[in-house]
Design a protein around this ligand. Structure first.
Ligand code: B12
Length: 344
């Protein structure tokens, strides 16, 4: 199947070169302080804009791009880059691509870019800049947990979760109603330049540890004879959420194989072929991963035919807009680990 990304492919690099050149021609004096590496970063940023644009055009929903633009507004604003630079680069991208892509593809792209630039002026759209809104209320231990992971206090973080479990929370509840909202907030703080990358890494490393401690305290149903494989698609390095899902399935008696992050499609195929699970859970965090999920689903069905397991998709990338997950052609979707258990 020929996609918008296919049409865009030959124009990606020329577009990045053209736009970088034009940005430096306009804002050169301001940008020279970043040295030669500045141009390279600028190019990479343009290529990243193109990734988000391509997904929005492809899924036929501008939300992933609108959300990205609002996120960029926070990221750049928090780091002192004028918003005018972003608007200018989006205009340049749209100008270059509408000139070079076939008319229909160019028009679809232009409407997504227009939605992105329009949202910058709309203050009510601000809420969309936050990646990951939670469906369920937080448990009372969440703010202590969040403080602890930001301060690097692993034992206090662990104690908050154990306290919630002692008070009756199940492992999936502790995950979805404490650790998940705390990590979403960590992302928001990083986005607004309130915490460093190192703090964010520490917070996620501690959370991985806490998950192990919580798992050891959890109650499990007897094995139910069902098995599932859990994998982050190629390119997705966010594994914590999927780990929570895998552990949640185990508490219900499933035999769960968690393959982790960035699983190469060909190796996943082999694994599924030999394990033959009832369910495959694929996780997508950035919008670009939705395309990877779709390609993985297509490859699995083509290769395994009727032996292909039921495939569910989930993850942050699917949470931006209702029904976005359907683009992936998976059989099912859940918003979080507790929602998934409700659907078993
Ligand atoms: C920790 C973290 C990382 C860690 C991940 C470590 C790890 N081992 O997992 C590392 C450092 C690797 C990382 C890297 C990056 N990250 Co990051 N990261 C985060 C952070 C702070 C937390 C992620 C997390 O664990 N969330 C908590 C879990 C529990 O939530 P969840 O993933 O949504 O999972 C739940 C549901 O979605 C669902 N679910 C998940 N998978 C599935 C699957 C199925 C089948 C089902 C049914 C359900 C389901 O169930 C889970 C449990 O309830 C997020 C912030 C955020 N909002 O999530 C940013 C965030 C996702 N990252 C972000 C970015 C930008 C990046 C990088 C590009 C940074 C960079 N410059 O390199 C890279 C990209 C890496 C890549 N290619 O994937 C941005 C993305 C924004 C955007 N524009 O799209 C975010 C949103 C931060 C922010 N607010 O700016 N990141």
């Amino acid at each position: 199947m020929s996609t918008f990304a296919d049409a865009l492919q030959p124009w990606r690099e020329p577009c990045a070169t053209h736009v970088t050149h034009a940005i430096y021609a306009r804002h050169g004096e301001v940008l020279e302080r970043f040295g030669p590496a500045g141009r390279q970063h600028c190019r990479l940023d343009i290529l990243r804009h193109l990734d988000y644009l391509a997904v929005a055009v492809e899924v036929n929903d501008s939300t992933p791009f609108v959300q990205y633009v609002l996120w960029l507004q926070d990221v750049l604003g928090g780091r002192g880059v004028p918003l005018a630079h972003l608007v200018f680069s989006l205009e340049l991208i749209a100008g270059f691509l509408t000139e070079n892509l076939p008319d229909e593809a160019g028009a679809r792209l232009q409407s997504v870019v227009d939605a992105g630039t329009a949202c910058l002026a709309a203050p009510q759209a601000k809420a969309l800049a936050r990646y990951g809104l939670t469906r369920l209320p937080e448990l009372p231990q969440t703010s202590r947990y969040q403080q602890s992971i930001l301060q690097g206090n692993r034992s206090r973080a662990q104690a908050s979760v154990i306290e919630a479990m002692d008070a009756g929370a199940t492992l999936p509840q502790a995950c979805v109603q404490i650790i998940q909202p705390a990590l979403y907030e960590v992302g928001n703080l990083w986005q607004r330049n309130r915490i460093t990358v190192a703090q964010e890494h520490l917070a996620s490393a501690i959370s991985q540890n806490v998950l192990v401690g919580a798992y050891l305290k959890a109650s499990f149903l007897e094995p139910n004879g069902q098995s599932a494989v859990f994998a982050c698609v190629e390119g997705n390095h966010h594994g914590l959420g999927l780990r929570m899902l895998s552990d949640a399935f185990e508490t219900r008696g499933w035999d769960a194989a968690y393959l982790g992050t960035d699983v190469p499609t060909k190796d996943l195929l082999q694994d599924i072929d030999s394990r033959r699970p009832q369910l495959l859970a694929l996780s997508a965090s950035l919008p670009q991963h939705l395309s990877s999920v779709r390609q993985t689903v297509e490859a699995l069905r083509a290769e395994l035919g009727s032996a292909c397991p039921t495939i569910w998709v989930g993850g942050l990338a699917t949470l931006s807009a209702p029904g976005l997950w359907r683009y992936t052609q998976a059989d099912g979707w859940s918003s979080d680990a507790l929602h998934a258990l409700e659907q078993l």
